[in-house]
Design a protein around this ligand. Structure first.
Ligand SMILES: C[S@@+](CC[C@H](N)C(=O)[O-])C[C@H]1O[C@@H](n2cnc3c(N)ncnc32)[C@H](O)[C@@H]1O
Length: 288
């Protein structure tokens, strides 16, 4: 009896070509100033594979061929590729120590310095899915009820429209609320709906989100008393970091505070900033 011929396994797409990898790396540098070194081919393949499926092409190589065919135009697909290649890792109250320092030192100092205007403006630059600005909004609600009558503006920006949509929605998965969020805050400021945790409107409405590319000229950024620019400089080359700090000089109040990621520093990049350490957290301030 003849055996039925086995169903052929789906063809594995050819690995990302070097030309296509370099093409995507150049796009990412041009549009977001993000450096993508050789060796990160796997990252491009895994992050762009869902986009290839979405656009009905058989492989990441074909997706990039499609991009190239439409150039020099910058299409929506180009922007989707840039969006998909951003790294959006974040968590509530990331690194703990800066939040202790904010609660014990920085916010009390700002409260004193701004007593006459009763206005504080905070910018979470590269806020990803919102955990950073929402952590601040919760910290203020919990520890600084006396600021309730003040004008406190918290702005969250990012280059990625996908993370901004999620931030704006204020809906988090179990895994996300398990990371860094104290149980007290979870109980107080979230309600559970199925597998999701929904942030209370009272906190969600305290943060305004919008798109902003740090590597371009910034428009519409007000004078800030506190800037979070955490875990984003690491993706940029030294020249981009310098130009970002140059723009920041015009945005940060002379007695304002800049908070970078724990692996990041402004020292040796721009001598307009000096370091100030509170307990175990370092902030940067315009040098006097
Ligand atoms: C690793 S996350 C850091 C999130 C948060 N600040 C934290 O420390 O938890 C880096 C974020 O930077 C954003 N990003 C990358 N390049 C950017 C650019 N050129 N302009 C603005 N945001 C950018 C990414 O989209 C991503 O959401």
């Amino acid at each position: 009896m003849a055996h039925p011929s086995p169903t052929p396994a789906p063809a594995t797409p050819a690995p990302l070509t070097n030309v296509n990898f370099k093409h995507v790396a150049a796009l990412l540098m041009r549009e977001a100033a993000i450096t993508l070194e050789a060796g990160k081919e796997y990252l491009v393949e895994t992050r762009l594979a869902p986009l290839a499926v979405k656009h009905g092409v058989g492989s990441v190589n074909e997706l990039i061929d499609r991009l190239r065919a439409s150039e020099p135009a910058l299409t929506d697909l180009h922007l989707e590729v840039v969006d998909a290649l951003t790294t959006n890792e974040t968590l509530f109250f990331r690194d703990v120590h800066p939040w202790d320092a904010l609660r014990k030192h920085v916010i009390p100092k700002l409260r004193e310095a701004r007593a006459s205007t009763r206005t504080i403006t905070v910018w979470s630059a590269a806020c990803s899915t919102g955990q950073e600005p929402y952590s601040l909004a919760m910290l203020l609600a919990e520890h600084f009820p006396d600021l309730a009558g003040w004008s406190i503006r918290i702005i969250g920006t990012d280059i990625s429209p996908t993370v901004l949509r999620k931030a704006q929605a204020g809906v988090f998965q179990q895994l996300e609320v398990n990371r860094g969020l104290p149980a007290l805050y979870l109980v107080k400021h979230f309600r559970q709906e199925g597998r999701n945790w929904i942030l209370a409107d009272a906190i969600r409405r305290r943060v305004e989100f919008r798109a902003l590319n740090l590597a371009r000229h910034w428009t519409g950024v007000p004078r800030c008393d506190l800037v979070f620019m955490r875990n984003v400089m690491i993706y940029f080359d030294v020249e981009t970091r310098r130009s970002i700090l140059r723009q920041l000089r015009h945005v940060l109040a002379p007695d304002g505070y800049l908070l970078l990621g724990t692996a990041e520093t402004a020292i040796n990049l721009d001598n307009a900033f000096g370091a100030v350490t509170f307990d175990r957290a370092t902030f940067f301030q315009p040098s006097r």
